[in-house]
Write a protein that binds this ligand. Structure first.
Ligand code: KG4
Ligand code: ZN
Length: 362
């Protein structure tokens, strides 16, 4: 397949996004990537409100598409296909995107490609660095946490994942319990840098069990109990807060590092030619976590790749790119494309239980 220009749309959670990319699988460039967040709309409710998100997507999608085309310097007649997140995610938002993409595809006579949101994240190392298959991917965000061996645009093996909360969600809850600003990740990281990680020995969930599954909901309970035990007259001293943050972050880091070690061992069984550990998701921005993962990769002879943060978090360039790979593989959809709230990447793996603040896990 020669070069293609793909318009991508993303609206599965609380970011409305449109992007244009051009290229071939493993060699694509981003011509534009527009992301319109909705954080201000959901802030008063302390979490994403699905109905508000769906309405905001429906309102913002057209403008994002127009802006993405304008920034790419292209009109619709120069686009070869429209790719859209068709799941998993909050169903109202996914529906808004799918309907918008169908309208554009029908109006402009373009092929329509439905993309799995998680495939978008998982294929990002190919968009940013032309990574060779198969590579190991750790997705760690506010809504996702799983290990995947990525062997092709539609070939994913899930080695394990969270059985309850995602790590970003745990950071956000920790921040809420300690009266720190949202999003919790950066504020907890900043406090943790000043604290003693050894003072409060938080649990390391599931480390005693074999395999790569993770759990983070128990940590939150442990944090709440410890906080209540050290609070005096309903007040938390700064020195206690920084130690709580440091202890919590150390527990998350150690669990992620150890489970990554196990995932690497499983991945290396397939004797990849250019072994690579790639990470994506907002939590990959955490410096101590990133450093720990990089160290584990190095110890095991793997290269380490963390795409730039704006491409690690939700965006439409990754959706356009996953659409490009699907198109090259001949996997094009039509007007019967449906929006799916749940859509596991690895159809052979047992379904995950639990559901995060950002919708159903997959
Ligand atoms: O990937 P993302 O932007 O959105 C989705 O969840 O899809 O990730 C956001 C999550 C939030 O929970 C946020 O608290 C967390 O990533 N996060 C961090 C850091 N920066 C963002 N967690 C830990 N340390 C950070 N520095
Ligand atoms: Zn995502």
């Amino acid at each position: 397949m020669g070069e293609r220009v793909i318009l991508g749309l993303e609206s599965s959670c609380d970011d409305t996004a449109a992007a244009v990319i051009r290229g071939t699988p493993g060699a694509a460039v981003i011509l534009s990537s527009v992301v319109a967040g909705q954080a201000d709309l959901h802030a008063p409710f302390g979490g994403v409100v699905p109905e508000i998100a769906a309405r905001a997507h429906a309102e913002k999608l057209d403008g994002c598409v127009a802006q993405a085309l304008a920034e790419a310097g292209l009109t619709l007649d120069r686009i070869d296909a429209v790719a859209v997140t068709a799941g998993p995610g909050l169903i109202g938002g996914v529906l808004s995107g799918v309907m918008c993409a169908k309208g554009i595809a029908a109006g402009a006579g373009l092929p329509l490609i439905g993309v799995n949101h998680l495939a978008g994240h998982a294929l990002t190392p190919r968009l940013t660095d032309g990574a060779d298959y198969p590579y190991l991917m750790l997705l760690v965000s506010g809504g996702h946490c799983q290990f995947l061996i990525v062997s092709g645009p539609d070939d994913f093996r899930r080695l394990g994942g969270t059985i309850d909360d995602a790590p970003g969600e745990a950071f956000d809850k920790t921040a809420r319990l300690l009266a720190l600003p949202q999003p919790g990740g950066p504020s907890v990281e900043a406090e943790a840098a000043l604290g003693d990680p050894g003072r409060f020995p938080f649990p390391r969930p599931l480390l005693d069990r074999p395999g790569c599954d993770l759990s983070f909901s128990g940590l939150k309970t442990a944090l709440l109990r410890t906080r209540d035990a050290v609070m005096q007259d309903g007040r938390l001293k700064r020195s206690d807060r920084v130690d709580l943050c440091a202890g919590f972050q150390a527990a998350v880091t150690e669990v992620l590092a150890e489970k990554t070690r196990r995932a690497i061992a499983e991945y290396l069984v397939s004797e990849p030619e250019t072994p690579l550990l790639a990470v994506a998701g907002g939590v990959a921005a955490n410096r101590p976590i990133r450093a720990a993962l990089e160290r584990v990769a190095q110890e095991n002879g793997l290269a380490f790749l963390a795409p730039p943060l704006r491409l690690c978090t939700d965006n439409a360039a990754m959706i356009a790119y996953a659409g490009l790979e699907r198109m090259a593989a001949g996997a094009v959809d039509d007007m019967t494309l449906v929006a799916r709230p749940r859509w596991p990447l690895d159809r052979a793996a047992a379904p995950m239980i639990g559901s995060g603040k950002k919708g159903a896990k997959a």
